[in-house]
Design a binder for this molecule. Sequence first.
Ligand code: FES
Length: 107
Amino acid sequence: MPKIIFIQPEGQQTELEVPNGTSLMQAAMTNGVPGIVAECGGSAMCATCHVYIDDNWQAVLPGMDAVENEMLDSVADERRPTSRLSCQVLVTPEMEGMTVHLPGVQV
Ligand code: FES
């Protein structure tokens, strides 16, 4: 199970061992990592599971579809080139050690 590191805006880190195929949103919610709301439950309809994933991990991320791209225009915090919806990123072995930054606000 890849280790994923969630980092709060204030710098607090939570390391989780996440089963392959689990979304970053599910992993955070299941383990009580603060900072993700996920109002729609993972359907790419709410934009309250926004995260930032560092540039050096972009190559291992799944492609972004049009729905996710559109929803990212609705995030509460700043949209950046590294913005993703965490419900749309399923963990793979290549993500071992990946860092995921939570935004300051979700709603
Ligand atoms: S949980 Fe709603 S868009 Fe990800």
